[in-house]
Design a protein around this ligand. Structure first.
Ligand code: DX5
Ligand code: ZN
Length: 213
């Protein structure tokens, strides 16, 4: 299991140390939640802060856009060379065009599905994607309760992925901890995002290790 701590739950007063701690603690990706106050009822960080994160990060950035205008935000974050940019299918009229744009920029494209969204609807996009992110909370805030129907959804998505593009990863984001990690692994999940579980722990390295099942 790959582990992507979400810096949404980090202490922004000491962000440098918080980034260094997860990188040294064995994380695989750094999950950066970008919210515009429109697509979700919260706002987070923009490219100015993420630029300083990128400067000290020794692991690749995984930028999760929760915004209405994906084009605009991709243009803001692309210069920081994230490994992945994920965008919500519910916010985009032309998902295939956005995927092509990310590819042309050399960024791995990922699509995010909210808890109500059926993975069948993206069957014909899967072959163009590097990752599909299944939300296991309603996007907008850290520290929410895990919505367990994501486990069944991951199994269904895994079947589509095996049929269309076995290299495509499944990521799950929201309420992930050491109690639900094994069922996510068994369902075929490849990457988990964990915010409050990692940053709420006394020892970040131990928390990250406990998710590497
Ligand atoms: C929610 C964000 C998540 C969040 C996860 O909108 O996309 O990445 O930070 O936090 P936890 O792990 O606390 O649910
Ligand atoms: Zn996220």
């Amino acid at each position: 299991m790959l582990v992507a701590p979400s810096i949404l739950s980090a202490d922004f007063g000491i962000l440098n140390e918080e980034i260094k701690a997860i990188c040294d603690g064995g994380c695989d990706l750094i999950h950066v939640d970008v919210m515009d106050g429109h697509f979700v009822p919260n706002m987070t960080i923009g490219p100015v802060v993420v630029k300083s994160v990128a400067k000290i990060a020794t692991k690749p950035l995984d930028v999760h856009l929760m915004v209405e205008d994906n084009n605009f935000f991709i243009d803001l974050f692309a210069p920081l060379k994230p490994e992945y940019i994920s965008f919500h299918i519910e916010s985009e009229k032309h998902p295939h065009r956005i995927i092509q744009k990310l590819r042309a920029l050399g960024i791995k494209p990922a699509i995010v599905l909210n808890p109500h969204f059926n993975p069948d609807s993206i069957e014909y996009l899967i072959e163009d994607l590097d990752m599909v992110l299944l939300m296991s909370v309603n996007p907008g805030f850290g520290g929410q309760k895990f919505i367990s129907s994501v486990v069944e959804k991951a199994k269904k998505l895994k079947e589509l992925i095996n049929k269309r593009n076995p290299a495509c990863l499944i990521q799950v984001d929201g309420g992930v901890n050491n109690k639900n990690i094994q069922e996510l692994k068994d369902a075929g999940v490849d990457v988990v995002v964990a915010g409050s579980y990692v940053y709420g722990a006394d020892n970040y390295a131990d928390a990250i290790k406990s998710l590497k099942v």
